[in-house]
Design a protein. Structure first.
Length: 236
């Protein structure tokens, strides 16, 4: 289908648009700024909103499908330079595939982070009120966890948007959403039924503070040269 190039002049700026026959110029009205000193915060914010409003980050109905997941950041805190690097690389891949006519679906999300999130919330409660999660009770503590998720989940989304990542926000997810939680449970049930995961007596890393088992990567190892008296334990 033939197309034409339209040059729109406004306050000394030239906007270059490629329009197909029958297109409405109003639908392509891009943000135009006129200020003495360039302000990247305003320009980048307005362009990102313009991209989103026109659904430019959503998959197109035609073209080969290209789907990519953003490794979900933990809601334990804000994004850091490592996240920025990952976002930049994936964004370049997503935009490159769009330029080649593929239907790109780059899906964002956040991770609940399990024990790590519980730990940071407990530390905040202890610092602010001197209480433990046992003092609060289960329901009150869970509400504190969700309040943390809302605070840092929104912050992570804002940081990601400020970078300019072309994610399909209409499919944003959280790993504790009911649908995703059900998928995880179903997967573990299938693994158990197939004999690929099982229960057995093993050495574990027990946290006396968290009253829970933690993984090897969450444990700090150090050597003791002196003898230490160990309680006698009967293992059935």
């Amino acid at each position: 289908m033939a197309s034409r190039i339209l040059l729109q002049r406004h306050r000394g700026y030239v906007l270059r648009l490629r329009l197909t026959p029958g297109s409405d110029i109003r639908a392509y009205a891009a943000p135009i700024h006129n200020f003495e000193k360039y302000d990247p915060k305003i320009v980048e914010r307005d362009w990102y909103e313009w991209w989103q409003q026109r659904g430019l980050f959503k998959p197109t109905p035609s073209g080969d499908k290209f789907t990519m997941l953003l490794p979900p950041p933990n809601v334990t805190g804000a994004l850091h330079i490592g996240h920025a690097l990952t976002l930049s690389i994936q964004d370049a891949i997503a935009r490159w595939n769009r330029m080649h006519g593929r239907s790109v679906n780059w899906v964002p999300g956040t991770d609940h982070a399990g024990i790590s999130l519980q730990s940071v919330v407990e530390k905040r409660i202890k610092r602010e009120s001197g209480l433990t999660r046992h003092d609060l009770g289960r329901d009150a503590f869970i509400e504190k966890v969700w309040a943390w998720k809302r605070q840092y989940g929104d912050r992570i989304k804002h940081q990601t948007a400020r970078i300019g990542a072309s994610l399909n926000w209409s499919e944003e997810y959280f790993t504790m959403d009911p649908q995703h939680s059900q998928v995880v449970r179903d997967a573990f049930i299938r693994l158990y039924d197939d004999g690929l995961v099982y229960r057995a007596t093993k050495m574990v890393n027990w946290s006396c503070a968290l009253q829970s088992v933690i993984s090897n990567i969450e444990a700090s190892y150090f050597e003791r040269l002196s003898r230490r008296r160990q309680p006698r334990t009967n293992i059935a």
